[in-house]
Design a protein around this ligand. Structure first.
Ligand code: ZN
Length: 129
């Protein structure tokens, strides 16, 4: 049986949307969370720089989307410090022991399982829970 259109295509009046309603909602939630972070700190929490700031998630957005907009999971870091955290945890922990400890506390509170895994991977950097 041939497939034939039984209803005409709906005409768009304003062209294609730039973002989907779902994406727009996610962006609003993110903006709200980032605003809450900005009320607490306006500089890199690690080195104090005010340029090239970015939001660093203790628990990654990809693996833990449920905590992507949780202010306790978000830290303000400049790009060099953010990069260091992402790629060299050992160096980050040595350079910024206080931020490292706060990130660990956030991970421990939000995902005790992940904290345990980190402890196994970095027994010298992550104290036993
Ligand atoms: Zn920094």
């Amino acid at each position: 049986m041939p497939l034939t259109r039984t209803h005409p295509l709906k005409k768009r009046t304003q062209g294609l949307r730039r973002v989907s309603p779902k994406h727009a909602k996610a962006k609003r939630a993110q903006g709200k969370a980032y605003q809450q972070v900005a009320e607490q700190v306006q500089w890199c929490e690690s080195c104090g720089r005010r340029e090239r700031l970015s939001h660093s998630h203790a628990l990654t957005q990809k693996k833990w989307p449920q905590f992507a907009n949780t202010p306790a999971n978000i830290f303000l870091l400049c790009w060099p410090c953010h990069y260091c955290f992402e790629h060299d945890k050992r160096r980050f922990a040595a350079l910024s022991p206080d931020v490292w400890a706060r990130k660990l506390a956030a991970i421990k509170a939000l995902s005790p399982e992940q904290y345990q895994l980190l402890h196994i991977k970095y027994p010298d950097l992550v104290p036993e829970a």
